[in-house]
Ligand binder design. Sequence first.
Ligand SMILES: O=c1ccn([C@H]2C[C@H](O)[C@@H](COP(=O)(O)OP(=O)(O)OP(=O)(O)O)O2)c(=O)[nH]1
Ligand SMILES: [Mg+2]
Length: 149
Amino acid sequence: MKKIALKILDPRMNDYLPAYATEGSAGLDLRACLDTAITLEPGTCELIPTGLSIHIADPAYAAIILPRSGLGHKHGIVLGNLVGLIDSDYQGPLMVSAWNRGQHAFVLQPMERLAQLIVVPVQHIEFDIVCDFDESTRGAGGFGSTGRA
Ligand SMILES: O=c1ccn([C@H]2C[C@H](O)[C@@H](COP(=O)(O)OP(=O)(O)OP(=O)(O)O)O2)c(=O)[nH]1
Ligand SMILES: [Mg+2]
């Protein structure tokens, strides 16, 4: 298994280290490392510390922060940046932008699971500047060009 350096910024996180909930889980839950509950009013966005920092170090990997489906679907709590991208050279605190896109205030409790982190492979590329592409079946068709049903 790939090892990634993890720094525990808040000692309370020792009891809440991110772990895969099941053998097949893709995501590691990230918690709201707060001292007191905060209320996310509808339409507002708050940057929430996770109490952790990671250094992936290997440019062939990145981490992605995603919403939790239950919070997003039932309570409207998603991410202010929609998706968070953690660069392999980032060493700062892992933060979650919590956005209440719903109609009701949401009280976020200290240490509540707020979002999830996945680690994904990344392919660095270089560009080969061309005037024309080799023709593909799709060509420039997009945005529904293949129909709906
Ligand atoms: O949800 C997020 C998104 C980003 N980050 C951290 C890790 C990431 O490596 C860094 C920069 O993120 P990004 O490149 O998406 O933001 P930017 O607005 O382009 O900032 P920068 O100019 O620092 O790259 O911020 C988080 O902690 N949480
Ligand atoms: Mg950036």
